[in-house]
Design a binder for this molecule. Structure first.
Ligand code: 5RP
Length: 294
């Protein structure tokens, strides 16, 4: 039985010393191949090292989510404001015009619906199909501590292997079971496991305490997941804190498409992510853009 990490010695994260990545702008990506770096450079802005990804893949397990009932009508028009788009192949092929050249982060896991045990996922897209759709990255859930933990980790390592074969980065999403504690300790564990086993990007949730230890101890870029809808100022503050504490951007869904003015929210979050705009100023910008439409 391997021993748990129970040392009494304090852990050292050196949160004020950024990890060096010689030869490339993105954390942990210096030794990757040209195609992989090129795809990452489409997702992450090389000038800021950050991304504003719009997540609209919720339907893969919960059907027509509020705000995503008609992606053709309500979401396609806001796509130009995103740096990257996370979605399923079903939505990509049915309602997203191929003339949209934003990098696609393709949801490649699935299986259970919200009516069942969510960690019971399998890989749900072939790498050949991902290539056919010209995706910039492939992505899946990893359920550390979940009922089907090992299977989801194995799904990830298979996806990473397939991605490496063709220069396509894998983004692992740390999915948290309903009864699990969402704290820095858990997310350090989950994010580090995903990176150690090969994910080139990790998407994880923000926690108010010690988030910088999660980003510092994860050797690849972390993008912050949005989570359930919050008041706009709270969502902008969460995004601001995440990037100030080492996140390489955000991958937000409900806090954008369930906002009263998704287009305005996209622009406000973009300022926070790429220009370090303070949350209150970003809220003012949001209100100004929102009211202009009236
Ligand atoms: C599903 C996902 C979603 O893409 C994403 O986390 C949902 O975005 P948000 O929480 O911001 O609505 O990975 O678990």
């Amino acid at each position: 039985m391997p021993e748990a990490d129970v040392s009494k010695k304090e852990k050292m994260y050196y949160v004020d010393t950024p990890q060096k990545t010689p030869g490339f702008f993105l954390k942990g990506a210096g030794s990757l191949d040209w195609g992989m770096k090129n795809r990452l450079s489409r997702i992450f802005n090389p000038d800021t090292g950050r991304t504003l990804m719009l997540a609209i893949d919720h339907g893969y397990f919960q059907g027509p989510t509020t705000g995503l009932e008609r992606i053709d009508l309500n979401i396609v028009p806001i796509m130009p404001y995103a740096d990257a788009l996370m979605m399923t192949r079903g939505i990509l092929r049915t309602v997203v015009p191929p003339s949209i050249t934003k990098p696609i982060v393709m949801r490649c896991s699935g299986g259970p619906s919200i009516l069942k045990e969510l960690s019971d996922e399998q890989l749900a897209v072939d790498i050949e199909d991902a290539i056919r759709m010209n995706v910039a990255a492939i992505t899946l859930q990893v359920f550390i501590g979940g009922e089907f933990e090992t299977r989801s980790v194995h799904n990830m390592t298979r996806l990473v292997d397939m991605g490496l074969r063709y220069g396509i980065p894998t983004m692992a999403v740390t999915a948290v079971g309903k009864d699990m504690v969402r704290d820095a300790r858990y997310f350090r564990l989950a994010c580090r496991i995903c990176a150690e086993l090969g994910a080139q990007i990790v998407k994880t949730y923000y926690v108010p305490e010690d988030f910088e230890t999660i980003t510092a101890s994860c050797p690849v870029p972390i993008v912050m997941a949005g989570g359930k809808k919050l008041p706009e100022l709270d969502a902008l503050t969460m995004a601001y804190n995440a990037v100030q504490q080492g996140a390489s951007g955000v991958d937000m869904g409900r806090n954008i498409f369930q906002s009263d003015a998704p287009k305005a929210m996209m622009q406000a979050v973009a300022k926070v992510v790429h220009e370090n705009m303070k949350p209150k100023d970003a809220l003012d910008l949001y209100e100004t853009i929102k009211n202009k439409k009236k």
